[in-house]
Design a protein around this ligand. Sequence first.
Ligand SMILES: Cc1cc2nc3c(=O)[nH]c(=O)nc-3n(C[C@H](O)[C@H](O)[C@H](O)COP(=O)(O)OP(=O)(O)OC[C@H]3O[C@@H](n4cnc5c(N)ncnc54)[C@H](O)[C@@H]3O)c2cc1C
Length: 381
Amino acid sequence: MKAIIIGGGIGGLTTAIALQEQGWNYEIYEAAPEYKAVGAGLLLGANAMKVYQRLGIADALIPQGGHLERLYIKDYKGNVLQQIDNDLLQQQYGSRSLPIHRATLQAALLGYLDEPVRTGKKCIAVTETSEGIIARFEDGSEAKGDILIAADGIRSAVREHYIGSQGYRYSGQTCWRTTVNMTLPEAERIVTSEVWGRGKGIRASFMHVGGDQVYFWFTKRLPEGIPLTNEEALALIQRELANFSGHMKAVVARINPSQLIRSDLYDLAPTKNWHKGRVVLLGDAAHATTPNLGQGASQAIEDAYVLADCLSLHYDHETAFRHYVTRRMARAHKIVRISWQMALLTNWEGGIAVGLRNFMVRNMPASATKRQLDFLYNIEL
Ligand SMILES: Cc1cc2nc3c(=O)[nH]c(=O)nc-3n(C[C@H](O)[C@H](O)[C@H](O)COP(=O)(O)OP(=O)(O)OC[C@H]3O[C@@H](n4cnc5c(N)ncnc54)[C@H](O)[C@@H]3O)c2cc1C
Protein backbone atom coordinates (compact mmCIF):
# COMPACT_ATOMS: atom_id res chain seq x y z
CA MET A 1 0.00 0.00 0.00
CA LYS A 2 1.23 3.49 -0.82
CA ALA A 3 0.26 6.81 0.75
CA ILE A 4 0.70 10.11 -1.05
CA ILE A 5 1.42 12.79 1.57
CA ILE A 6 0.79 16.38 0.50
CA GLY A 7 2.79 18.83 2.64
CA GLY A 8 6.21 18.33 4.21
CA GLY A 9 5.66 20.35 7.40
CA ILE A 10 5.81 18.91 10.92
CA GLY A 11 2.58 16.96 10.36
CA GLY A 12 3.56 15.50 6.98
CA LEU A 13 7.10 14.55 8.05
CA THR A 14 5.93 12.91 11.28
CA THR A 15 3.25 11.00 9.35
CA ALA A 16 5.89 9.67 6.97
CA ILE A 17 8.02 8.45 9.89
CA ALA A 18 5.02 6.83 11.58
CA LEU A 19 3.94 5.11 8.33
CA GLN A 20 7.51 3.95 7.74
CA GLU A 21 7.39 2.25 11.16
CA GLN A 22 4.24 0.41 10.04
CA GLY A 23 5.85 -0.79 6.81
CA TRP A 24 3.84 1.47 4.51
CA ASN A 25 5.25 2.94 1.30
CA TYR A 26 4.85 6.69 0.98
CA GLU A 27 5.80 9.65 -1.16
CA ILE A 28 5.84 13.21 0.27
CA TYR A 29 5.21 16.23 -1.92
CA GLU A 30 6.06 19.73 -0.68
CA ALA A 31 5.16 22.97 -2.47
CA ALA A 32 8.21 24.96 -1.34
CA PRO A 33 11.15 24.69 -3.74
CA GLU A 34 13.50 23.89 -0.85
CA TYR A 35 13.60 23.62 2.93
CA LYS A 36 14.73 26.87 4.49
CA ALA A 37 15.97 27.35 8.03
CA VAL A 38 12.72 28.90 9.34
CA GLY A 39 13.63 31.60 11.86
CA ALA A 40 11.28 30.72 14.68
CA GLY A 41 11.01 28.27 17.49
CA LEU A 42 8.17 26.35 19.03
CA LEU A 43 7.25 24.50 22.14
CA LEU A 44 6.64 20.81 21.60
CA GLY A 45 4.13 19.81 24.28
CA ALA A 46 4.84 16.89 26.61
CA ASN A 47 2.11 15.06 24.64
CA ALA A 48 4.00 15.50 21.35
CA MET A 49 7.18 14.33 23.07
CA LYS A 50 5.37 11.18 24.15
CA VAL A 51 4.62 10.46 20.47
CA TYR A 52 8.26 11.07 19.59
CA GLN A 53 9.27 8.69 22.40
CA ARG A 54 7.11 6.00 20.78
CA LEU A 55 8.66 6.71 17.39
CA GLY A 56 12.17 6.53 18.89
CA ILE A 57 12.98 10.17 18.09
CA ALA A 58 12.69 11.94 21.45
CA ASP A 59 16.15 11.04 22.77
CA ALA A 60 17.80 12.59 19.71
CA LEU A 61 15.65 15.75 19.87
CA ILE A 62 16.02 16.54 23.58
CA PRO A 63 19.72 17.55 23.52
CA GLN A 64 19.07 19.77 20.49
CA GLY A 65 16.42 21.90 22.25
CA GLY A 66 16.34 24.00 25.39
CA HIS A 67 16.01 22.61 28.91
CA LEU A 68 12.88 24.13 30.41
CA GLU A 69 11.96 23.81 34.07
CA ARG A 70 9.03 26.20 34.41
CA LEU A 71 6.50 27.93 32.17
CA TYR A 72 4.76 31.03 33.51
CA ILE A 73 1.97 33.35 32.50
CA LYS A 74 2.79 36.76 34.03
CA ASP A 75 1.44 40.26 33.87
CA TYR A 76 3.74 42.94 32.51
CA LYS A 77 4.86 43.91 36.02
CA GLY A 78 6.16 40.38 36.53
CA ASN A 79 3.36 39.04 38.78
CA VAL A 80 2.75 35.32 38.20
CA LEU A 81 -0.78 34.49 36.99
CA GLN A 82 -0.25 30.80 36.22
CA GLN A 83 2.64 28.36 36.11
CA ILE A 84 3.47 24.89 34.91
CA ASP A 85 6.30 22.85 36.40
CA ASN A 86 7.94 20.95 33.54
CA ASP A 87 9.68 18.55 35.95
CA LEU A 88 6.26 17.69 37.35
CA LEU A 89 4.99 16.93 33.83
CA GLN A 90 7.90 14.52 33.47
CA GLN A 91 7.04 12.84 36.78
CA GLN A 92 3.29 12.70 36.22
CA TYR A 93 3.02 12.04 32.49
CA GLY A 94 6.39 10.51 31.60
CA SER A 95 7.55 13.30 29.24
CA ARG A 96 8.29 17.02 29.35
CA SER A 97 7.66 19.91 26.96
CA LEU A 98 10.60 20.79 24.71
CA PRO A 99 11.40 24.24 23.31
CA ILE A 100 13.20 23.80 19.99
CA HIS A 101 14.12 25.76 16.88
CA ARG A 102 11.82 24.84 13.98
CA ALA A 103 14.74 24.35 11.61
CA THR A 104 16.38 21.94 14.08
CA LEU A 105 13.18 19.91 14.37
CA GLN A 106 12.68 19.90 10.61
CA ALA A 107 16.25 18.74 9.95
CA ALA A 108 15.96 16.00 12.58
CA LEU A 109 12.68 14.69 11.12
CA LEU A 110 14.07 14.74 7.57
CA GLY A 111 16.99 12.65 8.83
CA TYR A 112 14.63 9.80 9.77
CA LEU A 113 13.02 9.45 6.35
CA ASP A 114 13.90 6.60 4.01
CA GLU A 115 12.30 8.48 1.10
CA PRO A 116 13.35 12.01 0.08
CA VAL A 117 10.74 14.79 0.14
CA ARG A 118 9.84 15.87 -3.39
CA THR A 119 10.04 19.66 -3.18
CA GLY A 120 8.67 22.23 -5.64
CA LYS A 121 5.50 20.13 -5.96
CA LYS A 122 2.41 22.22 -5.33
CA CYS A 123 -0.68 20.04 -5.38
CA ILE A 124 -3.52 21.70 -7.30
CA ALA A 125 -6.02 18.87 -7.82
CA VAL A 126 -6.94 15.42 -6.61
CA THR A 127 -8.86 12.77 -8.60
CA GLU A 128 -10.15 9.48 -7.27
CA THR A 129 -10.43 6.42 -9.52
CA SER A 130 -11.68 2.91 -8.79
CA GLU A 131 -8.06 1.81 -8.24
CA GLY A 132 -6.62 4.68 -6.26
CA ILE A 133 -5.98 8.36 -5.98
CA ILE A 134 -4.10 10.75 -8.26
CA ALA A 135 -2.56 14.05 -7.09
CA ARG A 136 -1.82 16.61 -9.78
CA PHE A 137 0.85 19.26 -9.38
CA GLU A 138 1.28 22.76 -10.71
CA ASP A 139 4.29 21.69 -12.81
CA GLY A 140 2.09 19.26 -14.77
CA SER A 141 3.34 16.10 -13.05
CA GLU A 142 1.19 13.69 -11.04
CA ALA A 143 1.49 11.00 -8.36
CA LYS A 144 -0.59 7.87 -7.80
CA GLY A 145 -1.26 6.05 -4.57
CA ASP A 146 -3.83 4.04 -2.61
CA ILE A 147 -4.65 6.89 -0.23
CA LEU A 148 -3.81 10.59 0.02
CA ILE A 149 -3.00 12.33 3.31
CA ALA A 150 -3.48 16.10 3.13
CA ALA A 151 -1.01 17.71 5.56
CA ASP A 152 -0.88 20.94 3.58
CA GLY A 153 -1.64 23.36 6.41
CA ILE A 154 -4.47 25.71 7.31
CA ARG A 155 -5.03 26.89 3.70
CA SER A 156 -5.10 23.26 2.52
CA ALA A 157 -5.70 23.18 -1.25
CA VAL A 158 -6.82 19.55 -0.94
CA ARG A 159 -9.43 20.44 1.69
CA GLU A 160 -10.66 23.48 -0.20
CA HIS A 161 -10.94 21.75 -3.59
CA TYR A 162 -11.73 18.13 -2.75
CA ILE A 163 -13.47 18.10 0.63
CA GLY A 164 -14.93 21.56 0.49
CA SER A 165 -14.96 23.00 4.00
CA GLN A 166 -13.36 26.36 4.79
CA GLY A 167 -14.39 28.43 7.82
CA TYR A 168 -11.34 30.61 8.49
CA ARG A 169 -11.71 32.80 11.57
CA TYR A 170 -9.46 35.75 12.28
CA SER A 171 -8.63 35.90 16.00
CA GLY A 172 -8.15 39.68 15.84
CA GLN A 173 -4.43 39.29 16.55
CA THR A 174 -1.26 39.58 14.50
CA CYS A 175 1.92 37.88 15.61
CA TRP A 176 5.59 38.54 14.89
CA ARG A 177 8.20 35.89 15.59
CA THR A 178 11.95 35.59 15.27
CA THR A 179 15.01 34.02 16.85
CA VAL A 180 17.98 35.98 18.11
CA ASN A 181 21.50 34.83 18.91
CA MET A 182 22.36 35.57 22.51
CA THR A 183 23.45 33.88 25.71
CA LEU A 184 20.78 34.20 28.36
CA PRO A 185 21.68 34.15 32.05
CA GLU A 186 21.17 30.62 33.47
CA ALA A 187 18.06 31.69 35.43
CA GLU A 188 16.41 32.89 32.18
CA ARG A 189 17.41 29.84 30.13
CA ILE A 190 15.43 27.36 32.18
CA VAL A 191 12.13 29.27 32.36
CA THR A 192 9.82 30.92 29.89
CA SER A 193 7.13 33.50 30.58
CA GLU A 194 4.20 34.43 28.42
CA VAL A 195 3.75 38.03 29.52
CA TRP A 196 0.37 39.71 29.16
CA GLY A 197 0.19 43.45 28.57
CA ARG A 198 -2.65 45.76 29.45
CA GLY A 199 -5.16 44.10 27.09
CA LYS A 200 -5.57 44.60 23.31
CA GLY A 201 -4.05 41.21 22.64
CA ILE A 202 -0.60 42.35 23.74
CA ARG A 203 1.49 39.37 24.77
CA ALA A 204 5.16 38.56 24.41
CA SER A 205 7.51 35.75 25.29
CA PHE A 206 11.03 34.47 24.78
CA MET A 207 12.53 31.06 25.37
CA HIS A 208 15.86 29.35 24.93
CA VAL A 209 15.55 26.81 22.11
CA GLY A 210 19.04 25.28 22.17
CA GLY A 211 22.60 26.49 21.44
CA ASP A 212 22.66 30.28 21.67
CA GLN A 213 19.25 30.61 20.02
CA VAL A 214 16.43 32.50 21.74
CA TYR A 215 12.94 32.40 20.25
CA PHE A 216 10.84 35.56 20.66
CA TRP A 217 7.20 36.20 19.82
CA PHE A 218 4.79 39.12 20.21
CA THR A 219 1.07 39.51 19.52
CA LYS A 220 -1.24 42.51 19.37
CA ARG A 221 -4.88 43.04 18.47
CA LEU A 222 -4.82 44.58 14.99
CA PRO A 223 -7.01 44.55 11.89
CA GLU A 224 -6.10 41.65 9.58
CA GLY A 225 -3.66 42.50 6.81
CA ILE A 226 -2.69 45.84 8.35
CA PRO A 227 0.20 47.18 6.24
CA LEU A 228 3.30 47.45 8.43
CA THR A 229 6.92 47.08 7.35
CA ASN A 230 9.17 44.97 9.54
CA GLU A 231 10.90 48.13 10.75
CA GLU A 232 7.50 49.61 11.75
CA ALA A 233 6.60 46.31 13.42
CA LEU A 234 9.81 46.36 15.47
CA ALA A 235 9.14 49.97 16.51
CA LEU A 236 5.63 48.89 17.59
CA ILE A 237 7.05 45.96 19.58
CA GLN A 238 9.58 48.23 21.31
CA ARG A 239 6.86 50.73 22.16
CA GLU A 240 4.41 48.17 23.52
CA LEU A 241 7.03 46.36 25.60
CA ALA A 242 8.72 49.49 26.96
CA ASN A 243 7.13 49.03 30.41
CA PHE A 244 7.58 45.24 30.60
CA SER A 245 9.73 44.05 33.48
CA GLY A 246 12.57 41.52 33.40
CA HIS A 247 14.80 40.49 30.51
CA MET A 248 12.31 41.11 27.69
CA LYS A 249 13.78 44.40 26.53
CA ALA A 250 17.31 42.92 26.33
CA VAL A 251 15.97 40.28 23.92
CA VAL A 252 14.02 42.83 21.87
CA ALA A 253 17.19 44.93 21.55
CA ARG A 254 18.78 42.03 19.61
CA ILE A 255 16.01 41.69 17.02
CA ASN A 256 16.98 42.14 13.40
CA PRO A 257 13.81 43.50 11.74
CA SER A 258 14.58 41.74 8.44
CA GLN A 259 14.21 38.43 10.29
CA LEU A 260 10.77 39.06 11.75
CA ILE A 261 8.11 36.63 10.53
CA ARG A 262 4.57 37.96 10.55
CA SER A 263 1.44 35.79 10.90
CA ASP A 264 -2.10 37.11 11.17
CA LEU A 265 -3.58 34.51 13.51
CA TYR A 266 -6.47 32.46 12.10
CA ASP A 267 -7.99 29.16 13.00
CA LEU A 268 -10.51 26.87 11.32
CA ALA A 269 -13.99 26.70 12.77
CA PRO A 270 -14.33 23.04 13.85
CA THR A 271 -15.44 20.91 10.89
CA LYS A 272 -16.53 17.27 10.88
CA ASN A 273 -15.40 16.74 7.28
CA TRP A 274 -12.01 15.16 7.81
CA HIS A 275 -12.10 12.56 5.05
CA LYS A 276 -13.71 11.71 1.75
CA GLY A 277 -13.09 8.55 -0.26
CA ARG A 278 -9.37 7.87 -0.26
CA VAL A 279 -8.43 11.32 1.08
CA VAL A 280 -7.90 12.23 4.73
CA LEU A 281 -6.91 15.51 6.40
CA LEU A 282 -4.21 15.85 9.05
CA GLY A 283 -2.81 18.61 11.28
CA ASP A 284 -3.68 22.22 10.48
CA ALA A 285 -5.47 21.11 7.31
CA ALA A 286 -8.05 19.41 9.57
CA HIS A 287 -8.10 21.52 12.74
CA ALA A 288 -5.90 24.62 12.65
CA THR A 289 -5.95 26.38 16.02
CA THR A 290 -4.76 29.72 17.33
CA PRO A 291 -1.45 29.22 19.15
CA ASN A 292 -2.80 30.18 22.59
CA LEU A 293 -2.28 26.69 24.03
CA GLY A 294 0.89 26.11 21.97
CA GLN A 295 -0.66 22.88 20.69
CA GLY A 296 -1.02 23.15 16.88
CA ALA A 297 2.09 21.20 15.95
CA SER A 298 1.64 18.86 18.90
CA GLN A 299 -1.84 17.95 17.65
CA ALA A 300 -0.50 17.34 14.12
CA ILE A 301 2.08 15.00 15.68
CA GLU A 302 -0.63 13.11 17.60
CA ASP A 303 -2.68 12.86 14.38
CA ALA A 304 0.30 11.38 12.54
CA TYR A 305 0.82 8.60 15.08
CA VAL A 306 -2.86 7.74 15.41
CA LEU A 307 -3.52 7.73 11.65
CA ALA A 308 -0.57 5.40 11.00
CA ASP A 309 -1.80 3.15 13.83
CA CYS A 310 -5.33 3.05 12.39
CA LEU A 311 -3.99 2.25 8.92
CA SER A 312 -1.98 -0.63 10.32
CA LEU A 313 -4.94 -2.00 12.30
CA HIS A 314 -7.59 -1.71 9.55
CA TYR A 315 -6.81 -2.86 6.02
CA ASP A 316 -9.78 -0.99 4.54
CA HIS A 317 -8.98 2.74 4.37
CA GLU A 318 -12.59 3.87 5.02
CA THR A 319 -12.60 1.96 8.32
CA ALA A 320 -9.13 3.25 9.21
CA PHE A 321 -10.19 6.87 8.55
CA ARG A 322 -13.35 6.45 10.65
CA HIS A 323 -11.33 5.10 13.58
CA TYR A 324 -8.82 7.96 13.17
CA VAL A 325 -11.65 10.50 13.41
CA THR A 326 -13.12 8.75 16.45
CA ARG A 327 -9.78 8.82 18.24
CA ARG A 328 -8.77 12.36 17.27
CA MET A 329 -11.64 14.73 16.47
CA ALA A 330 -13.14 15.51 19.89
CA ARG A 331 -9.73 16.23 21.43
CA ALA A 332 -8.47 18.37 18.53
CA HIS A 333 -11.72 20.37 18.45
CA LYS A 334 -11.62 20.95 22.21
CA ILE A 335 -8.13 22.43 21.82
CA VAL A 336 -9.35 24.68 18.98
CA ARG A 337 -12.23 25.88 21.21
CA ILE A 338 -10.14 26.55 24.33
CA SER A 339 -7.42 28.34 22.32
CA TRP A 340 -10.05 30.47 20.61
CA GLN A 341 -11.56 31.47 23.96
CA MET A 342 -8.11 32.33 25.28
CA ALA A 343 -7.43 34.51 22.21
CA LEU A 344 -10.66 36.41 22.91
CA LEU A 345 -9.75 36.75 26.59
CA THR A 346 -6.38 38.29 25.77
CA ASN A 347 -8.11 40.74 23.40
CA TRP A 348 -9.94 42.37 26.32
CA GLU A 349 -9.01 45.96 27.06
CA GLY A 350 -9.59 48.58 29.78
CA GLY A 351 -8.25 48.56 33.33
CA ILE A 352 -11.27 46.88 34.95
CA ALA A 353 -11.68 44.16 32.32
CA VAL A 354 -7.95 43.37 32.30
CA GLY A 355 -7.80 43.36 36.10
CA LEU A 356 -10.75 40.94 36.20
CA ARG A 357 -9.18 38.72 33.55
CA ASN A 358 -5.89 38.53 35.44
CA PHE A 359 -7.72 37.87 38.70
CA MET A 360 -9.62 34.96 37.12
CA VAL A 361 -6.47 33.43 35.65
CA ARG A 362 -4.47 33.90 38.88
CA ASN A 363 -7.21 32.37 41.02
CA MET A 364 -8.10 29.43 38.84
CA PRO A 365 -8.72 26.55 41.26
CA ALA A 366 -5.87 24.04 41.45
CA SER A 367 -8.34 21.29 40.50
CA ALA A 368 -9.21 23.10 37.23
CA THR A 369 -5.52 23.58 36.38
CA LYS A 370 -4.87 19.89 37.10
CA ARG A 371 -7.81 18.87 34.87
CA GLN A 372 -6.42 20.98 32.05
CA LEU A 373 -2.91 19.48 32.41
CA ASP A 374 -4.37 15.95 32.49
CA PHE A 375 -6.36 16.72 29.36
CA LEU A 376 -3.36 18.10 27.48
CA TYR A 377 -0.63 15.72 28.55
CA ASN A 378 -2.10 12.50 29.92
CA ILE A 379 -2.64 10.97 26.51
CA GLU A 380 -3.29 7.40 25.54
CA LEU A 381 -1.85 6.50 22.19
C1 LIG B 1 2.66 32.27 15.77
C2 LIG B 1 2.52 30.79 15.90
C3 LIG B 1 3.12 30.13 16.95
C4 LIG B 1 2.96 28.74 17.09
N1 LIG B 1 3.54 28.12 18.15
C5 LIG B 1 3.34 26.80 18.32
C6 LIG B 1 3.93 26.12 19.43
O1 LIG B 1 4.68 26.70 20.23
N2 LIG B 1 3.67 24.79 19.58
C7 LIG B 1 2.89 24.11 18.71
O2 LIG B 1 2.67 22.91 18.90
N3 LIG B 1 2.34 24.73 17.63
C8 LIG B 1 2.55 26.04 17.42
N4 LIG B 1 2.01 26.66 16.34
C9 LIG B 1 1.19 25.90 15.40
C10 LIG B 1 2.04 25.09 14.42
O3 LIG B 1 2.97 25.93 13.75
C11 LIG B 1 1.15 24.42 13.39
O4 LIG B 1 0.03 23.86 14.02
C12 LIG B 1 1.92 23.31 12.70
O5 LIG B 1 2.99 23.86 11.97
C13 LIG B 1 1.00 22.53 11.77
O6 LIG B 1 1.74 21.59 11.05
P1 LIG B 1 1.19 21.05 9.67
O7 LIG B 1 2.25 20.13 9.17
O8 LIG B 1 -0.19 20.54 9.83
O9 LIG B 1 1.06 22.33 8.73
P2 LIG B 1 2.21 23.38 8.20
O10 LIG B 1 3.25 23.49 9.23
O11 LIG B 1 1.45 24.54 7.76
O12 LIG B 1 2.82 22.58 6.99
C14 LIG B 1 2.14 22.48 5.76
C15 LIG B 1 3.16 22.20 4.67
O13 LIG B 1 2.45 21.96 3.45
C16 LIG B 1 3.03 22.71 2.41
N5 LIG B 1 1.97 22.98 1.42
C17 LIG B 1 0.98 23.91 1.51
N6 LIG B 1 0.17 23.82 0.42
C18 LIG B 1 0.67 22.82 -0.35
C19 LIG B 1 0.26 22.27 -1.60
N7 LIG B 1 -0.82 22.71 -2.27
N8 LIG B 1 1.00 21.24 -2.14
C20 LIG B 1 2.10 20.77 -1.47
N9 LIG B 1 2.52 21.27 -0.29
C21 LIG B 1 1.81 22.27 0.27
C22 LIG B 1 3.56 23.97 3.08
O14 LIG B 1 4.59 24.56 2.31
C23 LIG B 1 4.06 23.40 4.41
O15 LIG B 1 5.40 22.94 4.33
C24 LIG B 1 2.19 28.04 16.15
C25 LIG B 1 1.61 28.69 15.07
C26 LIG B 1 1.79 30.06 14.92
C27 LIG B 1 1.15 30.76 13.74
